[in-house]
Design a protein around this ligand. Structure first.
Ligand code: ARG
Length: 256
């Protein structure tokens, strides 16, 4: 299980290669086409961002992307990341591409929990932002996941945004899969534990897991973080618990 944690700190390419070497099950279930997903419609999730290091993200503010800490290296000035937004097709001529100016990795991040980071953009992106959960009230029910990551374990990155829904998994059940690797106060699990088949996967990291709030608006409850393989029975996806970090994220954003 330690390998898992080490793995997620590598680049997506290295992670996929390592996964192929050491984590591929000998008899994996037939890969469903995120895994088990379908194409998102243009404009359906307008806050979705693709980051050039091979991660996802969500617009926290017009000029700030919320992503995973393991997608970025430390904090500071960083003009090397490109954020692509506004199109489900990454090759669309109408996709908006904006460079980063700064990165803020979660204070205290060391590969266990705290898997969040903010990226400041050189200019605002004219798309709706995704509101973040500030209480645990929405850490239940059915969640939507979306991303341009692998559609099968060990598979390639996607040109078109894929989406799927996954049910909440309690910390107790998630612990049965991951033991003490799970940081329950900082992580939230989701997936079809008994059947597998639907999950986020390599390259979806940093992207949001979200649901509707009581007013019918999308609200972000998770950040794609890690899992053993993708969509395997018994191994739900693990997401950063956004509500736990809502105030830390807000104060960090105010400093950018
Ligand atoms: N760590 C992966 C990434 O860097 C995300 C893995 C999500 N895995 C899962 N089974 N839900 O893209």
């Amino acid at each position: 299980m330690k390998l898992l944690r080490a793995l997620k700190r590598y680049s997506v390419v290295a992670a996929v290669a390592l996964a192929a070497l050491s984590l591929q099950p000998s008899a994996s279930a037939a890969p469903a086409p995120v895994v088990g997903g379908t194409r998102a419609a243009q404009g359906e999730f307008p806050f979705m961002v693709r980051l050039s290091m091979g991660c996802g993200g969500a617009l926290y503010a017009p000029n700030i992307v919320l992503t995973a800490a393991h997608c970025v290296d430390g904090s500071g000035t960083n003009t090397s990341i490109t954020a692509t937004a506004g199109a489900v097709d990454l090759q669309s001529p109408s996709a908006v591409k904006v460079k980063s100016t700064k990165v803020l990795q979660a204070p205290g991040y060391n590969g266990w929990g705290k898997d969040w980071a903010l990226i400041k953009l050189a200019k605002p992106i004219n798309q709706p932002t995704l509101k973040t959960a500030t209480t645990t009230a929405y850490n239940t029910g059915t969640f939507t996941i979306a991303g341009w990551g692998a559609a099968t374990e060990g598979g390639g990155q996607q040109r078109y945004l894929l989406k799927a829904t996954v049910p909440y998994v309690s910390d107790a059940v998630c612990r049965q899969a991951y033991g003490s690797d799970l940081v329950p106060a900082e992580e939230l699990c989701a997936g079809y534990v008994s059947t597998g088949g639907t999950d986020t996967c390599q390259g979806d990291s940093g992207g949001p897991m979200f649901r509707k709030d009581d007013a019918g608006a999308w609200i972000q409850v998770g950040i794609v973080s890690w899992g053993q393989g993708c969509a395997r029975p018994g191994y739900p996806g693990v997401y950063t618990e956004v509500s736990t970090f809502a105030s830390a994220i807000a104060s960090a954003a105010a400093t950018l």
